[in-house]
Design a protein around this ligand. Sequence first.
Ligand SMILES: Cc1cc2nc3c(=O)[nH]c(=O)nc-3n(C[C@H](O)[C@H](O)[C@H](O)COP(=O)(O)OP(=O)(O)OC[C@H]3O[C@@H](n4cnc5c(N)ncnc54)[C@H](O)[C@@H]3O)c2cc1C
Length: 302
Amino acid sequence: MVDRFDCIIIGGGIAGLQAAIQLGRYKHRILVIDAGDGRSTLCRSYHNILGYPEGISGQALRKAGQEHANRLGVEFVHGTAAKIENTGAGEFLVRMEKINTAFQGRRLLFATGVLDRFPPFPELYPCLGTSVYVCPDCDGYETSGKTTIVMGAGDAGANMALAITYWAEKVIYINHEGTPVSKQLLRKLTEKQIEMHEDRISSILADHSCFQGVQLKDGQRIYAEKGFLAFGGNLVRSQLAGELGVKLHHNRHILADSRTKMTNVKYVWAAGDIAAHSEQVTIAMGDGSQAAIWIHKSLVAD
Ligand SMILES: Cc1cc2nc3c(=O)[nH]c(=O)nc-3n(C[C@H](O)[C@H](O)[C@H](O)COP(=O)(O)OP(=O)(O)OC[C@H]3O[C@@H](n4cnc5c(N)ncnc54)[C@H](O)[C@@H]3O)c2cc1C
């Protein structure tokens, strides 16, 4: 027999957990399916969140969110949702990868997020959110008055380097993959006196969570206090939604109604980084709550 839920939330990151808490408080039967590998598992410290002036890690927020949702009777399953069927009349069948299990839901919320494309240097991971960042709106401030290395590729990296000049004392751009940079951006980099290196990074210089710079393939060491990553080509995890007929933006983020967060497919919602808007924790929380309120309205209307 297949277990049946009022709503299945795919993704137990910030948006999914906030939605689960809100839906739990409506006393619906809620399942969160989570693969445990999202952006909120990576960031060691968020600094732009109300109530946490000293910062809070993604792991801490997730742990608190899971405990809170658990207390409200929300159920969790660890694993990856691999296939979803819309069986019609408000019933969705979600099949799992590797586990021979399926779950049925009357409503579906995608909160699957985005995976950044990072270069393969394990030394970067302890620095994420503490001295190496990905989002200028979130962490540009952290580079104030500091020498900052942007590690990136082509135009994505060049645009990040330009954005960081708003705060940083000095910006150095390492075009690690050697992807061409447009003439217009090259001109702007020169105007802003951004030092650019067309060489591969051979290693990251770091003392645990404290980024210190990079060593290039030619042996040169470049020192800095802060780092930014901008390689482009992030994985927007909207494939399952797309297969259900959910409309996607050209950048593959899910298009959802700005008021209800419902997609074009009836009874399917989207919240957090997977939806088309700026990618931040507080927005993911807001989206999750808003989607949950409208999911509740739709459940009680049935
Ligand atoms: C290094 C770094 C620093 C950041 N710093 C800041 C900051 O300072 N301030 C700020 O506001 N934001 C910051 N962000 C962005 C912030 O982390 C995201 O906006 C936030 O995590 C979005 O939450 P989400 O729930 O949409 O996605 P996520 O947190 O990525 O969660 C998505 C979840 O969905 C799960 N999932 C995906 N597909 C499936 C599937 N098929 N089946 C089951 N589960 C699935 C994943 O495993 C994951 O747990 C940072 C991000 C990074 C990487």
